[in-house]
Design a protein around this ligand. Structure first.
Ligand code: SF4
Length: 363
């Protein structure tokens, strides 16, 4: 197995290059490239060509390698399929938005949570990601922003080519890997200067994990994947609801938002089902459920993100019509609940979480 240079300490990297007969200062040169997310040694033009060739044979730069890179036709979304050293695969997504460059990272290879609408959990949980493996995902995105072909920049600013926002909402349940997720966010704040308020951790409702975040004390954003307003409905699509009920999850989330004076994000995927005639009927997004959701969230400092379902072949759901989505939103708005419909991004490149990884396994 090749040595991952990014994961070596400065002293270890110095020893590594000196063992190759190179002067000590080469380690600092290599470290600069690693911190920029250089995917290979060919880019390290200030190193002698012979050293680059030698390194290529025995080492790799980051603990993740790009297997596939898909670019949406509008240029706003880039999705990466990445391979780890043990050949497990993960995804991360770079989104160029009007408010900045946001990266959605994975925290686990696979997921054990078993949500019925999700592709990421179909192959089960393989393992937790390390701090280096999570952090490398934003380095991959940063490199793409600076060296990739797409010239679109957030806010139309040609110089804005830095990652500005982090969302831990890719494959995996972050609060099943809390220690490494916290280690990653600390590092992103320290080394990439990304502010706490531009970081969001999303959970399906691991209550002790939410209290761990409160104890940690950083003023990040918390998103709860709710997807249903009643326990009966939620338990049909999210097995975690059998362990932590909605009231318990929202009580922990309230505590978090009070402590940090942050608005709570509520994620709500809008699901339909096909009836016997092949027609789509609403599953969790009927007008009655909109009323129930309004009651549940009344008086809370919360923003509901409505997410029309992104089709996953293996899953027995359907996307509701645009009219149904807007009717659901209208009821929430009428009841005074802050809500927005999440713009569908990168549907042409399989942007549903876990879809790219799953498709690649099937190829
Ligand atoms: S939605 Fe999130 S928590 Fe649920 S199975 Fe998918 S990755 Fe896991």
């Amino acid at each position: 197995m090749k040595t991952v240079l990014f994961s070596l300490s400065d002293a270890e990297l110095q020893k590594f290059v000196m063992d190759l007969g190179e002067p000590r200062f080469r380690a600092a040169q290599i470290r600069d490239w690693l911190n920029c997310g250089a995917p290979d040694f060919a880019h390290m033009k200030n190193l002698p060509e012979s050293l680059r060739t030698q390194l290529d044979a025995i080492a790799q730069t980051l603990p993740v390698k790009i297997v596939k890179k898909l670019q949406s036709a509008d240029g706003e979304t880039t999705k990466f399929l990445l391979e780890l050293n043990d050949c497990e695969q993960i995804e991360c997504v770079l989104m160029r938005t009007t408010y900045g460059n946001s990266v959605c990272v994975s925290s686990q290879a696979g997921c054990a949570m078993g949500c019925k609408f999700c592709a990421s959990t179909l192959l089960g949980l393989k393992r937790n990601l390390t701090v280096d493996e999570i952090y490398s995902q934003i380095l991959v995105a940063q490199w793409e922003l600076r060296h990739g072909d797409v010239k679109i920049r957030a806010n139309g600013d040609a110089n804005n080519n830095d990652v500005s926002h982090i969302v831990v909402m890719g494959t995996g349940e972050p609060l099943q890997n809390t220690e490494n997720v916290i280690g990653f966010l600390e590092r992103a704040n320290r080394d990439m200067n990304i502010s706490w308020r531009r970081m969001t951790v999303s959970t399906c409702g691991i209550v002790p994990g939410i209290y761990d975040l409160i104890k940690w004390g950083r003023p990040i954003n918390l998103a709860i994947s709710l997807h249903a307003p009643t326990d009966a409905l939620r338990s049909t699509i999210m097995p975690i609801n059998n362990k932590y009920k909605i009231t318990e999850v929202l009580a922990a989330a309230d505590e978090f938002t009070k402590t940090h004076n942050r608005q709570l994000m509520i994620e709500y995927i809008l699901l339909g089902k096909r009836d016997d005639n092949g027609e789509t009927v609403l599953y969790n997004c009927t007008p009655e459920y909109a009323e129930q959701l309004s009651k549940l969230l009344a008086g809370k400092n919360a923003m509901v993100n409505l997410i029309p379902w992104n089709a996953v072949d293996e899953r027995d759901f359907a996307s509701p019509s645009g009219n149904a989505v807007h009717r659901f939103q209208d009821i929430l708005i009428k009841n005074g609940i802050h809500t927005r419909i999440r713009r569908e991004r990168g549907t042409d490149i399989g942007s549903a979480c876990g879809q790219l990884r799953l498709n690649n396994k099937k190829d």
